[in-house]
Design a protein around this ligand. Structure first.
Ligand SMILES: Cc1cc2nc3c(=O)[nH]c(=O)nc-3n(C[C@H](O)[C@H](O)[C@H](O)COP(=O)(O)OP(=O)(O)OC[C@H]3O[C@@H](n4cnc5c(N)ncnc54)[C@H](O)[C@@H]3O)c2cc1C
Length: 651
């Protein structure tokens, strides 16, 4: 397959303007005749559906949850970036663009990133117009804070609930369209397959999660906005319902999957505390604006803390190692996530960790002294409360304990400049696509990208595609392609349910969660924060063996024709087994370290990532070849015409 990124001609800063000036349009009377399916109601899906509905297209939107407002986006805490330069601290579109490309370790497509920076300001205007209550200063002006990988304050926020407020804004816009009749909402539906007719995406098969029925929906185009696949690792900061399945079924149908090994590990999460945990909680990156990260300088102090003989506050200032400030004086505690995560791991592996040994301190004592408790509470109050509820420790009095955890996936469906996948008519938005973050996403840039895709990019690019579809007429869902897709889903469910008839007294049967937990452990240990040839080979073999065991021993109670959450989980896990193998294969082939992909064989003397630009400056786009067969890889070369490639240095 030949990849064509369809990057418009012309200077970088004019590409998007030129695209918009020359794209094809659909006239209002024709828009009413064109149907679009949007899967996902997070920030990317809700904003896309609301905007496309407002344009006059017929939109059907789907989500797993009982309300669009329960999409994972609601959990986003810290903020959303935009190059408004309200702080007059030197920000600009150019600087946001450069920070993003550098933050992604020079593995993102220049033209897409520039467009993202260019539309970022409009997102804030749009959200303010919707009534999103961004934080404001005493005079009423919009407030900003800083996030990692930037030396300016460009992050707009609503306390620690930015995602929630943005999603309520998008949901308001969506509800308006639902009321006008341009958007039809389908909740508690899970997309199980993509229907491709004559090479184009023409519909989806969904499972009604309440009744178990399979349903068919046809359209002229399909937009996938189904989020990331971080839950492949079982323990992550993602919502429990987040999954990679919709993207994976499209991959099986021919959509290439790009850079699967670029997985983001967030440095500030509440550490794992036991074997029976099913969820990890993020402590927002915004906390690194005022919190200082440290571990004891002396190993014996760390040991005493771990043994419960000393507490954090017993360690005098001169015996604390603020290792990020020490190693990276220019960016200090605000280095990007991959850098901060590896530094925490390095200290803990060296024996300086606190808590279980896999934790470091995030300390607000200085900030409280400097700003006062009330000011700190105003900025981060809900995060402190959440921390206290989970750990039963008061972070105003004793430092928080944090450790890196799986958080975000930069990999995803390959898309061109128009956000179209390699299947014509199938578009991907938000975290589901691989787009703009290269090998490492900067904090507060996911919300920016999801809303850029939905509010400002798809309304143009989808129209460009649909302009050629006005004569095809209504798409029927009673064709053989729909029959076959539905039949394949039915067979798949039957296969998973095969052990349901076995007596439950059969002690060797195991739950879906048992296998998911085991898969996550393999991936975290052998293909997590650090990888190498040996660990990846081990992961490959272990995942294969676990998958065989899963098919033999998994037990799913009930039937496929009813509400069955165990079956839902099993379907997602089945896909994760294949996806895990692709993540491993991608990590194995990329013989370099970049961003979140850290190959221990490729590092500098002081433990930083060592890229190999000569051989790996490309997007790796993988093509499915059938279950258990190695996928083939196509390269999209990354050509930097505007930006000067450099070593990524935060010192
Ligand atoms: C704890 C946490 C905090 C974060 N904080 C920030 C932050 O402060 N700033 C920032 O920029 N980013 C943040 N992020 C990242 C950001 O929240 C996500 O990347 C972003 O919200 C993803 O939005 P999305 O619209 O792409 O997908 P999601 O919000 O994940 O929505 C996915 C949608 O797809 C639906 N769906 C999934 N599969 C199917 C299927 N098979 N069938 C039907 N529907 C399906 C779901 O029901 C849901 O509606 C944070 C992430 C986490 C985990």
């Amino acid at each position: 397959m030949k990849l064509d990124a369809k990057i418009p001609d012309g200077p970088l800063e004019e590409k998007w303007t030129r695209y918009k000036a020359s794209q094809k349009l659909v006239n209002p009377a024709n828009k009413r005749k064109l149907d679009i399916i949007v899967v996902g109601t997070g920030l990317a899906g809700a904003s896309a559906a609301a905007s496309l509905g407002a344009l006059g297209f017929n939109v059907d939107i789907f989500c797993i949850q009982d309300s669009p407002r329960r999409a994972h986006s609601i959990a986003a805490q810290g903020g959303i970036n935009a190059a408004k330069n309200y702080q007059n601290d030197g920000d600009s579109v150019e600087r946001l663009f450069r920070d993003t490309v550098k933050g992604g370790d020079y593995r993102a497509r220049e033209a897409n990133v520039y467009r993202l920076a260019e539309v970022s300001g409009a997102i804030i205007d749009q959200c303010v117009a919707q009534g999103v209550p961004f934080a404001r200063d005493y005079g009423g002006l919009l407030e900003n804070r800083s996030f990692g990988g930037a030396q300016v304050s460009r992050t707009f926020y609503a306390k620690g609930q930015t995602g929630q407020q943005l999603l309520l804004g998008a949901y308001g816009a969506l509800s308006r369209e639902i009321n006008r009749g341009t958007v039809k909402l389908h909740t508690r539906r899970e997309m199980m397959d993509l229907v491709v007719v004559d090479g184009r995406a023409r519909g989806i098969i969904v499972r009604n999660l309440v009744t178990g029925d399979l349903e068919r929906y046809a359209a002229h185009a399909v937009v996938l906005a189904t989020g990331g696949y971080g839950n492949l690792y079982y323990l992550s900061t993602n919502a429990m319902n987040s999954n990679g399945s919709a993207a994976w079924v499209c991959h099986r149908k021919g959509a290439t999957f790009a850079n699967p090994c670029y997985v983001q590990i967030h440095p500030t999460c509440i550490p794992v505390h036991g074997d029976y945990q099913s969820k990890l909680t993020l402590m927002s990156e915004s906390l690194r604006n005022d919190g200082r990260i440290w571990v004891p300088k002396k190993k014996e102090d760390a040991e005493a803390i771990r043994a419960g003989k000393l507490r954090a506050n017993d360690i005098p200032e001169e015996d604390r190692d603020y290792y990020l400030e020490r190693r990276y004086p220019a960016f200090g505690n605000l280095v990007p996530r991959d850098v901060a995560s590896r530094a925490a791991k390095e200290r803990c592996d060296a024996g300086y960790g606190v808590g279980t040994g896999y934790a470091v301190y995030l300390d607000f004592a200085d900030a409280i002294q400097r700003l006062g408790k009330e000011a700190v509470e105003q900025k981060y109050g809900n995060l402190f409360q959440m921390y206290q509820k989970i750990t039963d420790e008061n972070p105003y009095e004793t430092p928080m304990m944090i450790y890196p955890a799986i958080h975000y996936t930069m990999g995803g469906l390959w898309v061109d400049y128009e956000l179209q996948t390699t299947i014509p008519g199938l578009f991907a938005a938000g975290e589901a696509n691989f787009s703009d973050h290269g090998a490492n996403r900067l904090g507060a840039s996911a919300l920016m990208q999801g809303l850029a895709d939905g509010y400002f990019v798809l309304p143009y690019t989808l129209q460009n595609y649909l302009a050629d579809q006005i004569n095809v007429g209504k798409i029927s869902s009673t064709t053989s392609e729909f029959d076959e897709a539905e039949k394949a889903v039915r067979n798949r469910l039957d296969r998973l349910m095969k052990n349901a008839s076995l007596p439950t007294s059969n002690a060797s049967l195991l739950t879906v969660d048992h296998f998911h937990k085991a898969l996550g452990k393999i991936m975290w240990e052998h293909c997590g924060m650090a990888r190498n040839t040996e660990s990846l080979a081990k992961a490959k073999a272990l995942v294969s063996a676990l998958e065989s065991e899963f098919w033999e021993l998994v037990f799913i109670p009930g039937t496929a024709n009813e509400f069955n959450p165990e079956l839902e989980k099993a379907c997602r896990l089945e896909d994760y087994f294949e996806l895990a193998q692709l993540v491993i294969a991608d990590a194995l082939h990329r013989e370099e370290s970049c961003g979140g992909h850290f190959r221990t064989e490729h590092q500098t003397e002081d433990g930083e990532t060592l890229r190999d630009d000569e051989h790996f400056m490309y997007v790796a786009a993988w093509e499915y070849q059938g279950h258990g067969k190695p996928e083939t890889m196509e390269k999209e070369p990354l050509i930097y015409e505007h930006i000067k490639i450099a070593n990524r240095n935060y010192k």
